[in-house]
Design a protein around this ligand. Sequence first.
Ligand code: URP
Ligand code: ZN
Ligand code: ZN
Ligand code: ZN
Length: 468
Amino acid sequence: PKQRLLIKGGRVVNDDQSVEADVYVEEGVVQEVGPNLNPKPPSGLTVLDATNKLVIPGGIDTHTHFQFPFMGTTSKDDFYTGTKAAVAGGTTMIIDFAIPQKGCSLIEAFNKWKGWADPKVCCDYALHVAVTWWSDKVKEEMKSLVQDKGVNSFKMFMAYKDLYMLSDDELYGALSCCKELGTIAQVHAENGELIAQNTKKLLAMGITGPEGHALSHNEDVEAEATHRAITIANTINCPLYVVHVMSKSSARMITNARNEGKVVYGEPIAAGLGTDGTNYWNEDWAHAAAHVMSPPLSPDPSTPDFLMNLLANDDLSVVGTDNCTFDTCQKALGKDDFTKIPNGLNGVEDRMSVVWEKGVYSGKMDENRFVAVTSTNAAKIFNLYPKKGRIAVGSDADIVIWDPEATRYVGEVVSFHPAPLQEKYTSIHLCSNKPLGRDYGVFSTELCVNYLQVIYLTPTVVYISRDP
Ligand code: URP
Ligand code: ZN
Ligand code: ZN
Ligand code: ZN
């Protein structure tokens, strides 16, 4: 029998409008949106009551690193726990990064990450691919990834010297190639040379704790690289996407460029909107180390509000998380030297709630902008729209029923889609964002507000976003 679902009595919220309407779904695809739907036959129909609730497109987290081999260990959330946490928080699609070592094949990296994800994922996913070195072979591989694998975005690092960092010359080559292929060029914007110099100085002074991470990756280091990336991209006329925008200075660079008509997108992350870098000075080492990521959270406590205002104004475009979790034991690799603390924190479970609480509940943005920055803009930028990021006839039924009045209710997780999600059926997830007992990261309990009622997901796919 066909999977048939009717969501009754809610307010359907897209990025451009809200309407009181029912939503009728068959086989994971939206068939009808309108008042008082009465699909026939009534038998075999699952009906969900969404009275006084918002019916929104499932969230898209543009930035995760699940089971990422990095800095001498592997990030703790794998493609099972990570995507399960995503679903628990109202996110129905994540985009992770396949990251080759310098000199290694991008296609092999893509296949490796896909091999890790496919048997485990509980939600839709896609992969960005990182360009960590440069040659004619890399260029050929980028072309093949776009044409044969549907890859739509490449990330270039301006930091992690000797590991992933590209020189300006290489960055120019990679951005030119993105421009040629019509893909989105993403940059990790930090000046890796300056970080190395700052680090040397701090260690020589005997500063070895997590605060050394914040001091070595100061705001100027991010702002300089952001400006340089914008300048290089503009020279080539290549659209640019700045991942994990953490500081006021970097956000201003992006705002200025957009005001000048340049095509630049900025991605703040949940942690950067929800908390700040004063945590690096916490006297509890584990607490401070849990916040270590690059670029660091801003030590200025007014930055989260500043970034949220820019997000509300369309100066910044989409919210990711950079979910790249390490538990205290893994963080302790850097107990005596901050440069060895694995970089990364959590957020995939919390992102939607953080934006709702700090963005909508605070009065900075309306429900339509909320949908834009948590889902629709990501779908548009990464070529998934309107299958993803919209509730409309023909769109994938990745739907979240959101309770705008919920406060600190904590419910039970009723069911998750079992991994692997290869079975060709859709299912209903009754979820709460009660913390999943993931005992690491910066959002443990403080920001867990349950707005999420029900989540409905289509079968998982690696999104082939362009036709080969
Ligand atoms: O600290 C971070 N951001 N870790 C993940 C890797 C990256 O640079 O995105
Ligand atoms: Zn990065
Ligand atoms: Zn990242
Ligand atoms: Zn499912």
